[in-house]
Design a protein. Structure first.
Length: 138
């Protein structure tokens, strides 16, 4: 079971699905400030509209957070469908390689610009895809 690349690819896809669901929890509640500086920053972020645009910085932040959640869930769903219907096939190594390349590129800005929780969650997904890639036949 642990030497089967299909197992690791599915594990990475399920981990990605769980990561997307965990990330969706951040969309439920608005952030609560813990001190005066945070209160002032959040007030500006939520109430100050950008010049010529009828949106706040919080609207943009919420949108990008929603996009990451939806993208993670979509990718996990597509991977699980691929694993169910197309593995093993002559294209499985290419599909796993494409996943691995994308998530490797994604991990660079993620590590530079975010905090530890998303880094760990997406690193687990990436690690599972790496193991699946290493176990596929050349």
């Amino acid at each position: 079971m642990f030497k089967n690349y299909k197992f690791w690819f599915r594990a990475g896809s399920w981990a990605l699905l769980i990561t997307g669901l965990l990330h969706s929890l951040s969309l439920i509640n608005k952030p609560v400030p813990t001190n005066d500086t945070e209160r002032q920053l959040l007030d500006l972020m939520m109430n100050y509209t950008l010049e010529g645009v009828n949106r706040t910085m919080y609207d943009l932040f919420f949108f990008f957070s929603l996009c990451l959640t939806m993208f993670s869930l979509f990718t996990a769903g597509m991977n699980l469908l691929f694993a169910k219907y197309y593995i093993p096939s002559e294209h499985d190594r290419k599909y796993i390689t494409a996943n691995l390349i994308f998530w490797t590129i994604f991990m660079v800005p993620l590590c530079l610009l975010t905090f530890i929780v998303p880094i760990v969650c997406y690193a687990i997904c990436w690690l599972f895809f790496l193991v699946a890639f290493l176990l596929t036949k050349k």
